[in-house]
Design a protein around this ligand. Structure first.
Ligand code: TGC
Ligand code: FAD
Length: 392
């Protein structure tokens, strides 16, 4: 892979809107990605392996629980810092950002928000430091966009719950130490349970042959009469709103993360277009290439402003689910379109692992599907503006 020469585009001087702390946090993440992710990520993606050695670095830059209070080991940062960290990590690779998103928003967040004080103290510091890695099991073989239909269930038996069922497409599953698993009780009410590796009847087979997010490990969670101690139930919220609340936080991070992937594709294409000579001139001098590049920077700038304003709303506790859906949907779609256009600017070189663009493009095919598909987010906006739900 070529050396990482990334220069971040900031066409509307959005840096001026950031605090000194935001810039410090962002620059630390940016430097770490250049040093520890860019040099190795292509090889790991080609081999479809997760680079476990980066877990310590992710913890050091505050990517595990950026907004979780420091008393639980989190970084205690605001939502814009969280977004900036996700942006920088996804600039390196969406799969690496996935690991951070899942750990922060889908594992630490529910323990922090829905767990007991004992659960917080037991799990959050270890998750923040990377000693533990977690995963989040909502999707099932028969229930993806419609998680409310889930079949995984648990029942009481003495001091334990007995858990049965299966989850599919679970990021980090093959090596996770704990899983936050959403399952229905005997009354059909959804609850979150902390399932720990080593519990009898719990297995996590890896899903192979992915063309996307190859540097992220994806797997199944299989529960065959798993005995879960009662103290592992998250008691403070139940119903589908509990997992959906976690998704709000992760989707917000993805809205920022996708900008990182888009910035990397744009920056690579711009540099290549200035250097590549055809018909006696750099291809950047031709109108068709300028159209591609000009549209890319326009779309990135719009996405940056959307994410920044959403971050302000989130800091004030005012961001709605529908606002988050709009930003996730728009920014991921924007990044995927930019990856496709940027790939063409590089001609044949664009399909190789010498450059990051094709990897970003393939990764973004997952990002546009997970955490709510492109269609589902449109339907969330549709419901919000019309008052009519068109899911069912
Ligand atoms: P609906 O009837 O709308 O809602 C059920 C209950 O939940 C409440 N609610 C929310 N609460 C908190 N936050 C939210 N965002 C909420 N959205 C809804 C709602 O008020 C209701 O409460 P109550 O008290 O009335 O019961 O539910 P629905 O069954 O009609 O479904 C709505 C829909 C389709 C939008 C929802 O199911 C959905 O978002 N589906 C998409 C599924 C999804 O996003 N799955 C993601 C799995 S995790 C993942 O992909 C991780 S990838 C990670 C990575 O690697 O980065
Ligand atoms: P389906 O729901 O079957 O959808 C298929 C198609 O139908 C889509 O185009 C969809 O938009 C469309 N569709 C569905 N319903 C409607 C409707 N009502 N109206 C119109 N169109 C509709 N899940 C987890 O729980 N944890 C994880 O860590 C996790 N990580 C993932 C990692 C990867 C790499 C991938 C690819 C997925 C991951 N997922 C995870 C699962 C992800 O959230 C689901 O794939 C996603 O929610 C969509 O579900 P599905 O794939 O079953 O598609």
């Amino acid at each position: 892979m070529k050396p990482d020469l990334f220069t971040a585009p900031d066409y509307y001087q959005i840096d001026d809107l950031l605090s000194e702390e935001h810039k410090l946090v962002r620059n630390a993440a940016r430097d770490w990605v250049k040093k520890d992710v860019s040099p190795i990520i292509e090889e790991y993606a080609q081999q479809a392996k997760f680079p476990k050695q980066i877990i310590g670095g992710l913890a050091e830059i505050g990517a595990f629980g950026p907004y979780i209070p420091q008393e639980y080991g989190g970084a205690g940062l605001d939502q814009i810092s969280y977004g900036l960290i996700m942006q920088e990590i996804e600039r390196g690779d969406s799969g690496v950002r996935s690991t951070a998103s899942v750990q922060s928003s889908l594992v630490m967040y529910p323990i922090w928000k829905y767990g007991t004080e004992e659960q917080r103290k037991k799990f959050l510091p270890k998750l923040a430091s990377g000693e533990f890695v977690g995963c989040f099991g909502l999707t099932e073989p028969n229930h993806g966009s419609n998680p409310g239909g889930m079949e995984t269930k648990f029942k009481e038996e003495g001091d334990y719950y007995i858990l049965n069922g299966a989850k599919l497409w679970i990021s980090n599953a093959p090596f996770a130490d704990i899983a936050i698993v959403w399952a229905k009780n005997e009354e059909g009410r959804i609850h979150g349970l902390i399932v720990e590796r080593g519990m009898e009847g719990f297995s996590t087979p890896e899903t192979h042959n992915k063309w996307s997010l190859r540097a992220s490990a994806t797997g199944e969670l299989i529960f065959n009469n798993v005995k879960i101690p009662k103290e592992n139930l998250l008691p403070n919220k139940s119903g589908l709103g509990a997992p959906l609340g976690c998704l709000d936080s992760a989707r917000y991070g993805i809205a920022w993360g996708a900008i990182g992937a888009a910035m990397d594709c744009y920056d690579t294409a711009l540099r290549y277009a200035k250097e590549r000579i055809q018909f006696g001139k750099p291809i950047a001098a031709y109108q068709l290439q300028q159209k591609k590049l000009a549209e890319m920077i326009t779309e990135i700038t719009k996405a940056q402003l959307l994410a920044f304003r959403l971050g302000q709303l989130k800091n004030e506790g005012k961001a709605t689910t529908a606002q988050i859906s709009m930003a996730k949907r728009n920014n991921v779609d924007m990044a995927l379109n930019i990856a496709r256009e940027a790939r063409q600017v590089l001609g044949a070189m664009g399909i190789t692992g010498e450059y990051s663009i094709m990897r970003h493009m393939m990764n973004l095919e997952s990002v546009i599907t997970y955490e709510g598909t492109h269609d589902i987010h449109l339907l969330i906006t549709g419901l919000d503006i019309t008052g009519e739900q068109a899911f069912k």
